[in-house]
Design a protein around this ligand. Structure first.
Ligand SMILES: Nc1ncnc2c1ncn2[C@@H]1O[C@H](COP(=O)(O)OP(=O)(O)OP(=O)(O)O)[C@@H](O)[C@H]1O
Ligand SMILES: [Mg+2]
Length: 564
């Protein structure tokens, strides 16, 4: 500390420039701006000529500590006034007293000691961060408590709300001294369901369906899912297992399957039956419809549908998950209750409808629109209403109405519209027959989406294009169908067959195999089906959908489809 004559200048003559805190010696440029009248009471430490360098350095150290503590603290800072600047201004030499102030301060030394993972010692109590009254409401425990990584168990010091919603389970508290940084974006996403593994060559859906959310009442696995571990169409599955129990030669037709066990009534949003009583439903029709429509076929897992990866993902995300999961908060948008699947004949629309029922753990009621229209409008309307009511009586239920367009003659044609089932259909879709009830999903399918009038189209909230199977999917469908006939093709033959069946739907591929068997005189002939039989069948069975048809589906999808 050096005293130079310039220090003898009166304070009020010092020009206002800056305060050089690196030195305890004021420069002549230093000027103290003080309110009039307050000046004589104010003495800066360096204004005392008897201050020692050691004292000055101690002072600086303390100030630095104090303010670094203020700047470090992650919560709202008190105003500087709260830190006892009065004492600072009083210029008490050496300042041996604790910093006075209106509020008790958080001891700087224990600033991080309240955090889990640090040795709190005596500072881990109320003086530490965890015990801070400011933080008590903000830094909670659920994330860190009992973490699976064996992290420190000081979690209760955190209050609920601190990242409680976004840290993935298992996110470990860091043992460092600072609050953990926000988790990486990947952790903010819900974990993908099993089966979405990026490595799978196919879509690789989990064979057993998806686990129900706890408490929503949906079963963890739909009935019959046990055998699905063998995979069927799952990626990387050996070819011989493609003949699944559901489709294997030992099971000739879906009709022969024992009735599916009635679905338990789940408590989830999809399953809650509406309070509204069923009105004006003919009990006879209800009985008839239920017995005729209830599909008791084997469950259909995602892996049973060859190809269609993007569509399956979209159906699952847009439909299955929202229906299975309870609403996130009161007033959440209601999950969709109607979906339209459109595409060429035999593309797998009905198969996907059945799959949806399996995934939802729902009863499946199937209705062919053409058969409804046949007995006349009045009878058809009665049956249609009964079908919706039957679905509503068995929540959760999927009501699959195929060939929807058969119900809907062009609207411009007044006479036809009057005799059609359009009006009853719209009424039912609007909830008049229970379609709007919780626990009922209506799946409409059509190969003529352009025939749907606007009103009907709009009633189907989701509209998905079910395209023809690609080469890989055709290969799988063929292999399974041929395996049922005891036919195993070489890789080259199969590749040639896949090539030769471009534009075939899944249904047409099945017909091809049947035709090959019929042409070869099987099953009377005691030899396995050969490639030659299939080649011969190819001359008789061809794809029905023309390139023009396919273009029109794509166009309709662009205009009205949901895209996927
Ligand atoms: N992607 C697929 N994977 C496995 N099988 C399929 C697939 N697509 C169609 N099939 C089979 O083809 C046959 C016809 O399928 P489905 O009845 O679902 O077609 P669709 O689109 O409803 O036809 P339609 O328009 O005539 O009603 C069924 O046996 C079905 O199992
Ligand atoms: Mg169909």
């Amino acid at each position: 500390m050096h005293w130079t004559p310039e220090h003898a200048q009166p304070l009020n003559q010092w020009p206002e420039q800056h305060l050089d805190v690196s030195s305890t010696t004021p420069s002549p440029a230093h000027k103290l701006e003080l309110p009039p009248g307050g000046r004589q009471r104010c003495h800066y430490a360096w204004a005392h000529d008897d201050i020692s360098a050691l004292t000055a350095s101690n002072l600086l150290k303390r100030y630095a500590e104090k303010y670094s503590g203020v700047l470090d603290s992650p919560y709202e800072r008190p105003t500087l006034g709260a830190y006892g600047d009065a004492a600072f201004l009083n210029g008490a030499k050496g300042d041996p007293e604790p910093w006075p102030g209106p509020e008790p301060h958080y001891p700087l030394a224990s600033l991080h000691e309240g955090l889990p993972g640090t040795k709190s010692g005596s500072g881990g109590g109320s003086g530490g961060l965890g015990g801070s009254p400011v933080l008590a409401g903000n830094l909670p425990e659920p994330l860190y408590a009992g973490n699976a990584c064996g992290g420190p168990s000081a979690a209760p010091e955190y209050a609920a709300g601190y990242g409680g919603g976004y840290l993935a389970p298992g996110y470990c508290a860091q043992t460092g001294t600072a609050l953990p940084p926000p988790p990486p974006a990947a952790l903010l996403q819900p974990p993908p369901p099993p089966g979405y593994g990026p490595s799978g060559p196919l879509y690789n859906y989990p064979a057993g369906g998806y686990a129900a959310q706890p408490g929503n009442g949906f079963r963890a696995k739909p009935p019959g899912a046990v055998e699905e571990a063998s995979g069927k169409y799952a990626g990387g599955v050996p070819l011989k297992v493609l003949g699944s129990p559901g489709y294997g030669p030992q099971l000739e037709s879906f009709d022969k399957f024992p009735e599916r066990a009635p679905a338990p009534v789940p408590r989830g949003a999809f399953a809650l039956p509406s309070e509204e009583p069923l009105k004006a439903v003919d009990p006879g029709a209800l009985e008839l419809v239920t017995s005729k429509m209830l599909d008791c076929g084997p469950p259909v897992q995602w892996a049973d549908v060859a190809g269609q990866g993007a569509l399956k993902a979209a159906l699952e995300e847009e439909l299955v998950w929202p229906l299975l999961r309870p609403p996130a908060y009161p007033g959440s948008p209601r999950p969709p209750r109607t979906v339209l699947l459109f595409g060429p004949r035999g593309a797998g629309k009905a198969l996907l409808g059945r799959c949806l029922a399996t995934q939802l753990g729902a009863s499946l009621l199937r209705l062919r629109a053409a058969s409804l229209a046949a007995p006349g409008a009045a009878e058809g309307a009665r049956l249609l209403q009964a079908a919706f009511a039957a679905a509503r009586c068995r929540p959760p239920a999927v009501l699959l109405i195929s060939e929807l367009d058969a119900l809907l003659p062009a609207r411009e044609d007044g006479a036809a519209a009057a005799g059609s089932l359009l009006a009853p259909l719209l009424a039912c879709l609007d909830g008049g027959c229970g379609a709007g009830a919780d626990g009922v999903l209506v799946v409409g399918t059509t190969s003529r989406p352009a025939a749907l009038d606007e009103a009907t189209r709009r009633r189907f909230v989701l509209r998905f294009y079910v395209a023809l199977p690609d080469g890989a999917a055709r290969g799988q469908i063929l292999q399974r169908a041929l395996a049922q006939q005891g036919c195993v093709l070489s890789d080259r033959e199969l590749a040639a067959l896949v090539q030769g069946t471009q534009g075939f739907s899944g249904g047409e591929l099945g017909q091809l195999c049947q035709q090959a068997a019929a042409g070869a005189g099987l099953p009377g002939l005691q030899r396995p089906l050969s490639y030659k039989d299939l080649e011969a069948a190819l001359a008789k069975v061809g794809p029905r959908a023309t390139p023009k048809d396919l273009d029109s589906y794509v166009e309709w999808d662009k205009m009205y489809g949901f895209g996927h």
